[in-house]
Design a protein around this ligand. Structure first.
Ligand SMILES: C[S@@+](CC[C@H](N)C(=O)[O-])C[C@H]1O[C@@H](n2cnc3c(N)ncnc32)[C@H](O)[C@@H]1O
Length: 233
């Protein structure tokens, strides 16, 4: 059974292991392959409801005495799950599209975040082009929060069609140099354009379709590793 909502292997495993959603296994696979979150990392989790990625991110921080933080943001109100999370996790209820970067910056440790995750997705309408365009808008906002407008303006791609206009005086990004960014998109030509924007900004950018992704879903993750201090020529 693989249709949306049907209880499958990952759903049952999530229940057995105390994760609030089967999506936990997507971040667990990303962690296994790329080891983005390490002891003491500072993690921003965009689109965090119901909280499964908060759980995996918090677990990945290691022991409490090693420090680290996980800040989750969602338009839905999210209670930090008790299992697998500790006092290092907190959530904020807000629309990421309208939330000024300096408000998010105020939630971060001194030097921004070492990992930014975006599992945001729009409510699916079933109209492929509309859903893809909204997904790229959310992804673009996550990228802009991470690298800032200045870095984006340095890339050669034509961003005018993709960047959404948020009235935001704070133009610098919240991702630390060397930091990592994960962005969910729906597969489309715009997604390919999107990866062309990211590639010069990071040491490496690659696509992953986690095993826990439902066969009916077009979602795919762009894993960007190692934010460069300057865009590659
Ligand atoms: C697939 S769910 C995330 C699942 C989450 N990673 C987990 O493992 O529990 C996508 C989330 O993105 C959120 N979202 C979509 N657009 C958003 C926006 N503009 N601002 C904040 N959250 C948004 C939705 O409310 C939804 O909860």
């Amino acid at each position: 059974m693989s249709g949306a909502g049907a209880p499958d292997f990952f759903y049952r495993e999530a229940q057995r292991l105390g994760y609030v959603a089967r999506s936990a296994f997507k971040l667990l696979q990303i962690q296994k392959q790329y080891k983005l979150i390490t002891s003491g990392s500072s993690v921003l989790d965009l689109g965090c409801a119901p909280g499964a990625w908060l759980q995996v991110a918090c677990q990945s921080l290691g022991p409490l005495n090693k420090g680290g933080v996980v800040v989750g943001i969602d338009v839905k109100k999210v209670k930090v799950p008790q299992l697998h999370c500790d006092s290092r996790a907190q959530t904020v209820c807000a629309d990421v599209m309208n939330l000024p970067r300096n408000r998010i910056r105020a939630l971060s440790p001194q030097r921004g975040f070492s990992v930014i995750l975006s599992d945001m997705c729009p409510p699916v309408s079933g109209i492929t082009t509309k859903d893809s365009a909204l997904s790229v808008e959310l992804g673009m906002r996550a990228l802009e929060i991470a690298v800032g407008r200045t870095s984006l303006e340095q890339t050669e791609a034509n961003l005018e069609d993709l960047v959404t206009g948020v009235d935001d005086d704070d133009v610098t990004g919240l991702l630390q140099r060397g930091g990592h960014l994960v962005i969910k998109l729906l597969e489309s030509e715009d997604g390919q354009e999107f990866s062309k924007i990211c590639k010069p900004l990071f040491r490496k950018a690659s696509w992953l379709r986690p095993k826990a992704t439902r066969s009916s879903s077009r979602e795919i993750y762009l894993i960007c590793q190692g934010l460069q201090s300057q865009a590659k020529k």
